[in-house]
Design a protein around this ligand. Sequence first.
Ligand SMILES: *Cc1c(COP(=O)(O)O)cnc(C)c1O
Length: 469
Amino acid sequence: MRYVSTRGEAPVLGFEDVLLTGLARDGGLYVPESWPEFSAAEIRAMAGKSYREIALEVMMPFVGDAIDRPAMAEMVDRAYDSFDHRAVVPLRQIGDNDWLLELFHGPTLAFKDVAMQLLGRLFDHVLSRRGERVTIVGATSGDTGSAAIEGCRGRDAIDIFILYPHGRVSDIQRRQMTTTGDPNVHCIALDGTFDDCQDLLKALFNDGGFRDRLRLSAVNSINWARVMAQIVYYFAAAVRLGGPDRPMAFTVPTGNFGDIFAGYAAQRMGLPIQLLRVATNRNDILARFFSSGDYRMGEVSPTMSPSMDIQISSNFERLLFDLCDRDGTAVHTKMAAFKQSGAFSVDPEQLATARQVFDAHRVDEDETLDTISESYRAAGLLIDPHTAIGIKAAAVKRPDPTIPMISLATAHPAKFPESVARAVGLRPRLPARLAGLLERDENRVRLGNDFDAVRRFISDNARILRNGS
Ligand SMILES: *Cc1c(COP(=O)(O)O)cnc(C)c1O
């Protein structure tokens, strides 16, 4: 499989390079040159197979001959061994025709583990084979950092450095990052805000000499392999409910548009998905786009669902590319307008195309709390605020109520205990695997918001330089 940039100017790459590169050199995102397609018979044959088997089948066309099938199978098996539910992503019935796909049984209790557990292994495999190493640097406001660390800890070819704002992430989030005990994991508590962390990260990547010497790399949500790994659960859920012989609908709590874009990819690959419903909190740039065709940045406003507090959904550019008939120049023009004025719009025909499969709903904070408490009262089910936003949006009138609606549960309720307690008066218990979390030793370094200090810390601790390679 070959990959092209959404802005049409970066070199066409194979899977390995797309994995290691992340952002394309022209500022665009990589997408497959064409969508692999599965026939109805091929999808039908997935019924009854394990999650691991379905994962291998869905992902191999994207990997192509970059990684052989047995090696890929081994990585898939190990990645999903780290989940503490036998079904990996269990499907729970929550209404007559409503289902919840639990994506939070991985090591950090959020759906990002589904992709990160595989990504760390893919990086290590490809790098070891090339005899190379990378230094992964990331900034986090909480969730992404721990999923990235869990995916990369203990891997020979990787050192990982995560910057987070000191005192501004929850105890659980911080401890998930700082207690791994792995020597290739480095947590930096920065005296500053999340935006300071992101600015510093950008500055590190913009320092060309430093970037090349340390072979800096990122595992942020625009990495194609993350989207690829997320396509799998759309197939796995649909075949459990009678797909492809029955259409399905999905509701997805959305921030960066990565998770729901994977659903769109599944549809392009032949899965009969009738509706993909975007659920947003009050940071609703996407909800506004799908109603007006106008993509316009607003102020980010903090909510109980911090992983969706986003006003620029980076993966949206991948959908835009298809809406522009895969014309990179057209995407480039729109993104340039967005950079300049914070807005662009699509024409009515393009909006109509998008609305053939997408719709979107915004859910406010009171509705989120009400949905958490209602779900507990009616069914004894504890859900986290992100999942609640999805469930609330899924309940809005649907074009065809006979089609099963699958809502994605993106985080475990124990990851957001304060909000859950506020709604139901009860703190959800941490799953057994995290039971000792609050007693484990923490390992982190606290640094000022100082480019040179951070840069020096990374140089001093990355194995690339220590080994002189
Ligand atoms: C990251 C995240 C989301 C948003 O997913 P996107 O792919 O960015 O749209 C939703 N819920 C939780 C719990 C997350 O961690």
